[in-house]
Design a protein around this ligand. Structure first.
Ligand code: SF4
Length: 368
């Protein structure tokens, strides 16, 4: 027997001729009978409607450096209030946050937090932005959008850390409320998405081109390189060429190191040299801002001027070690603009990671 499902009314669904309800949030288009949950587990059919069962509940809050999202060209050095909920609409065998994305016990996301509380907490703790991260905000878009609206009222920016696996109509609404995004481009073949994520590549590429052509959202791309799966020179060349042709040379690209996790325990961690080689391939292809991540590599983590080669922003892990941008975000040596969202100087949050309890910021009862 199905347990009673509680949640906030969700958007983007319709009733099919056979009486089932189809969720239209992501390209899975789950078709549900009453009481059933979608693949993401957190969107469910309750009678004649779809509900979001995690609205107003989080798996925890933490203040991180913005570089950890990773975003290297968006308010560098500033703190970001990060949180997630539970569930995911992809099934990546290598998930590095599987305890959250695969959570089936929703009692574990007990941190009750209204949109107002989150925005207030970000403001009072000195965060410049709030990040929807740890699991994909696409599946909790109603909650994320309400938080984003509360943040904008206080001058706080919002960041979506997402795989970009979202349908065209909700994509428009979702990104209208975001200031920045990091999109996980998990690999560059259909086989990778099919075999390791049970998804498809095309919708992710559509999200990337949509962001570039139709929005002002600042976005960067992350690819986790898994030995033997998506790290061949041919694949990285193809991905770099596609980015250059469709998004231009100025979208930052992060190659990050895999470590064995979840259902992919039989692969070794990514050798640092693989990340450096991938970076060199992408730079040679014409991309201007390419980074290595999850390894200690100050050269691969620095932002260089693409004209004179000077270090514009130096980094040691998440610490900013050099800042050579003018007030207008130009190279201090040759005056070439560096693309991104910059202020006159970098923040000084450093590499700290500070868990946060939201109860102190409660200003009103949470209405579900
Ligand atoms: S958001 Fe969830 S319920 Fe909706 S189509 Fe995607 S996986 Fe299915």
């Amino acid at each position: 027997m199905n347990q009673a499902i509680e949640g906030k009314t969700g958007r983007y669904w319709h009733v099919l001729d056979d009486g089932r309800i189809q969720c239209d949030v992501c390209p899975r288009y789950c078709k549900l009978h009453d009481g059933q949950r979608g693949l993401c587990f957190v969107r469910a059919r309750q009678g004649k409607q779809m509900v979001l069962t995690t609205y107003g509940r989080s798996s925890g809050f933490c203040i991180d450096p913005i570089e950890k999202k990773p975003l290297n060209h968006f308010l560098p050095g500033t703190p970001v209030l990060s949180f997630g909920t539970a569930g995911c609409n992809l099934t990546c065998k290598f998930c590095q946050n599987w305890d959250i994305s695969k959570a089936r016990d929703l009692d574990r996301i007990q941190d009750v937090a209204s949109a107002e509380m989150i925005a207030e907490a970000a403001s009072r703790s000195g965060c410049r932005s709030v990040a929807f991260t740890y699991n994909d905000p696409v599946i909790f878009l109603e909650y994320a959008i309400d938080v984003a609206q509360a943040c904008r009222q206080r001058g706080i920016k919002t960041v979506a850390v997402s795989a970009g696996y979202i349908s065209p109509e909700p994509r428009i609404e979702f990104f209208r409320h975001m200031d920045a995004a990091n999109i996980d481009l998990k690999g560059f073949t259909d086989g990778f998405y099919k075999n390791l994520c049970s998804g498809k590549l095309a919708p992710v590429l559509e999200t990337l081109t949509y962001l570039k052509r139709e929005t002002k959202v600042w976005f960067e791309i992350t690819t986790l390189l898994i030995p033997g799966e998506n790290d061949s020179a041919v694949e990285i060349e193809a991905q770099s060429a596609w980015i250059l042709e469709n998004l231009g040379p100025d979208v930052p690209l992060h190659f990050t190191a895999f470590h064995p996790d979840w259902k992919l325990m039989d692969r070794p961690p990514t050798p640092p040299q693989t990340l450096r080689t991938a970076r060199r391939i992408a730079v040679n292809a014409g991309l201007r801002y390419v980074y290595t991540g999850n390894i200690h590599d100050p050269t691969g983590q620095a932002t260089h001027c693409h004209v004179c080669g000077s270090v514009l922003i130096g980094r040691d892990w998440y610490d900013i070690t050099a800042w050579n941008l003018s007030m207008e975000g130009r190279c201090a040596e040759c005056g070439t603009p560096c693309h991104g969202v910059f202020e006159a100087k970098a923040g000084c949050w450093g590499r700290r990671r500070q868990p946060l309890t939201l109860r102190a910021f409660e200003s009103e009862p949470l209405a579900l």
